[in-house]
Write a protein that binds this ligand. Structure first.
Ligand code: GLA
Ligand code: ZN
Length: 680
């Protein structure tokens, strides 16, 4: 485990995206005055300036950016410098139409929008690298840059002929021969045999797809996802290398988007110096969904602290209903991000623009142009608090003994599958298990198929449909050595090429779980089976596995239908550990009780005994210091009984054991004490 802060800031970085190039220079000083009033110390600059920086193919113009950089320095602002390659210039699209993407339906894009460049265009790559290099060369001695922000929210996919060509090259690298490719894709199905690489085309609605998630050839579609994620990652890596040529010591990131399906962030994380991400929950999202995204992003970075690169001070502009963040909520959600591992609180945006689709997006400086607004006051108060906190918390890490396994490749595979049910949603199922822990304040790490499981006591792998090479051995070793493992329905079916493991489900997990799933019944929304677990009745929905025990014992059995009396929840002793199987989808009550039971057995403790609606999360540091965050998401004030003598950092008050701490609605507390069950 690394014990280090993400940025050498000395405090939690505070600020965010600032676009002064959209404003007359005379307004800049006033912006700085207001931002400093709000205790802002970090600016993300230059996110969408490519057109300004490169007015034509041969010409570059850094005059304005020089001035902006000087302005930031003069006012003591640290800079997170973007490379601007998230939106290419109009002249470039006109001159080189190959840089424009082709959409899934075959439509060739024109200039417009952003994030619209073909990742396999050599022209795009050449000019992004050139720009990144020029920026790094020019500002290498500037002194105030704390991070590089490559492009912006990479995403989407392209289906153009250039991408098709690059796909063939990528496939040759993966499979070597056309025979091996035909085997991996099982092309004898529906007469798809390829005799020449040139016959292979992109899988979209012109070829294999009926809709975004309906494909005739899952193997091809999954590989295309991998290929696009890799192609876009290559664009990131090219710019990464370009800036590193001049600035070896400045860490490099790009802003991710949480559980964003098109990009395999677990692979991306390996190439980023640190993880940063943009969090935009709606008011309706649960606290656990936001926490899940934070934990997912922390996991992608191997458990190290991350940077909250963007959140809105209040409303967004792109949701159907752009509700305001209620008083106190921006502060609460900022501390929630910190609690889950963020070393920053950054906003999109510092100042509201006057034109374009984001003109009504929340900002620190609103159209009113002064600081006498509710939002500004809340930003200012939080800024003051973060300044007081100073270097505390920075670099500290989580304490989880439990992990939930989540895998992008499995996500693609499980949802491309034609059958057994269109209701099957991978993230939704995973979130159900995650939420069961979150509601009980049990710390959780999110791990991928390649991560080490041995440091955990309990690992839950919902819907692990695709078991990659090596994953089953990692799970087997984990259970043999005493770990507790939980798998669910629709698991172990296929290998990484989406080819079914013959011999019976759940394939390579079968011996670990001690069961054989013979059939699986898909229930429509209006149909429910039931089972009783520890004296309580629960629903069985969506899929009902019909299984045989092969060493496992049944903990619950179906109560209806022709498979009445057959097992639905099982436990298998394997080596020194236990492997559980849940053969259906149930309700939140079941997941909570079941997970609570397993945690009790394994002596996995909650971060704290907190009242209903209060989230409790701990970060710890090497020296043995711990920070217990209490976050009251509810509408009522709550009383918390302080478990051990500790100092509350926001009020700077010492509390004794058993004393009562009142958390108002949306209130926050941070208790600094000695690490309880922190691991080395
Ligand atoms: C994203 C982008 C920003 C901005 C915000 C608006 O996160 O990175 O440039 O468009 O959304 O919510
Ligand atoms: Zn393309």
């Amino acid at each position: 485990m690394m014990w280090e802060t993400v940025w050498k800031q000395g405090k939690i970085a505070y600020g965010g995206d600032y676009n002064p190039e959209q404003w007359p220079e005379e307004t800049w000083e006033e912006d700085m005055r207001l931002l400093k009033l709000a205790h802002i110390d970090t600016l993300t600059l230059n996110v969408f300036s490519w057109a300004a920086l490169q007015p034509s193919e041969e010409e570059y113009s850094f005059g304005k950016l020089d001035k902006i950089m000087e302005l930031a320095k003069k006012h003591g602002m640290k800079v997170c410098l973007a490379t601007s390659t998230g939106a290419h210039p109009a002249w470039m699209a006109r001159k080189y139409p190959e840089i424009l993407r082709t959409e899934f339906g075959g439509m060739k894009r024109k200039f417009g929008g952003r994030h619209n460049s073909c990742p396999n265009s050599q022209v795009y790559r050449k000019y992004t690298v050139r720009l990144a290099e020029k920026l790094a060369e020019r500002y290498q001695g500037y002194g105030n840059i704390i991070a590089w922000h490559i492009s912006n929210e990479y995403g989407g996919a392209c289906y153009c002929e250039n991408c098709e060509k690059a796909f063939r090259v990528w496939l040759k690298g993966r499979y070597g021969t056309i025979e091996e490719l035909n085997r991996a894709w099982n092309t004898s199905f529906w007469g798809h045999t390829f005799y020449d690489w040139e016959e292979i085309v992109a899988p979209d609605t012109r070829s294999e797809h009926l809709g975004a998630e309906q494909t005739v050839a899952q193997g091809i579609s999954i590989d295309y996802q991998r290929f696009q994620s890799d192609s876009i990652l290559d664009c990131f890596r090219l710019e990464y290398d370009a800036v590193k040529k001049y600035t070896k010591d400045i860490p490099v990131t790009t802003n991710l988007m949480g559980a964003y399906k098109p990009l395999d962030y677990q692979k991306w994380g390996k190439y980023m110096d640190f993880i940063s991400w943009d969090s935009y929950p709606s008011n309706e999202d649960s606290a656990s969904k936001t926490a899940w995204n934070h934990d997912l992003m922390r996991g992608v970075g191997g458990g190290k602290p991350f940077i909250l690169m963007e959140q809105t001070p209040s409303q967004q502009n792109w949701q159907p209903f752009n509700a305001l963040k209620r008083p106190g909520v921006m502060r609460l959600w900022s501390y929630q991000a910190i609690a889950h591992g963020s070393d920053s609180v950054l906003f999109f945006q510092m100042k509201q623009s006057i034109g374009g689709c984001e003109k009504y997006h929340g900002a620190v400086i609103s159209h009113a142009g002064h600081g006498h607004t509710r939002v500004f006051r809340e930003v200012e108060e939080l800024g003051r608090e973060l300044e007081q906190l100073g270097g505390e918390i920075l670099g500290s890490v989580g304490t989880a003994e439990t992990a939930v396994l989540f895998s992008w490749e499995n996500w693609w595979a499980a949802e491309y599958s034609s059958g057994p049910s269109i209701r099957l949603k991978y993230e939704e199922e995973t979130l159900k298990y995650y939420t069961a822990f979150h509601r009980q304040n049990i710390p959780v790490d999110i791990v991928g198929q390649e991560d080490d499981l041995l440091k955990y006591k309990l690992v839950v792998a919902p819907l692990l449909y695709m078991v990659k090479d090596g994953t089953d051995s990692r799970i087997r070793e984990f259970v043999e050595k005493g770990g507790t493992f939980v798998a669910t329905y629709f698991s172990g079916y296929v290998d990484e090429n989406d080819l079914v493991a013959i011999g019976g489900y759940p394939g390579k997990l079968r011996d670990i779980l001690g069961i054989w799933v013979e059939e699986s019944d898909a229930l429509p929304e209006y149909k429910t089976n039931h089972f009783a677990y520890q004296g309580q009745e629960y629903p069985a929905e969506l899929l009902c596995d019909i299984m045989h025990l092969e060493g496992a014992e049944a903990l619950a059995r179906y109560q209806e239908d022709f498979y009445v009396g057959t097992p639905v929840v099982t436990r298998n002793s394997f080596g020194d550990g236990q492997a559980y199987y849940v053969g259906t989808r149930s309700n939140d009550g079941f997941y909570q009780n079941f997970m609570a039971e397993l945690c009790k057995e394994q002596q996995i403790k909650a971060a704290a005994e907190a009242p209903e609606g209060v989230e409790a999360v701990t970060r710890v540091r090497e020296e043995g210091k711990s920070y217990l965050f209490l976050l009251n998401h509810g509408e009522e004030s709550q009383e918390f009984t302080v478990p051990n003598a500790a100092k509350e950092l926001l009020t700077q008050k010492e509390y004794t054991k058993g004393e009562c701490f009142t958390l108002p609605a949306k209130g926050v507390g941070i208790f600094m004490g000695q690490a309880g069950h922190a691991k080395e």
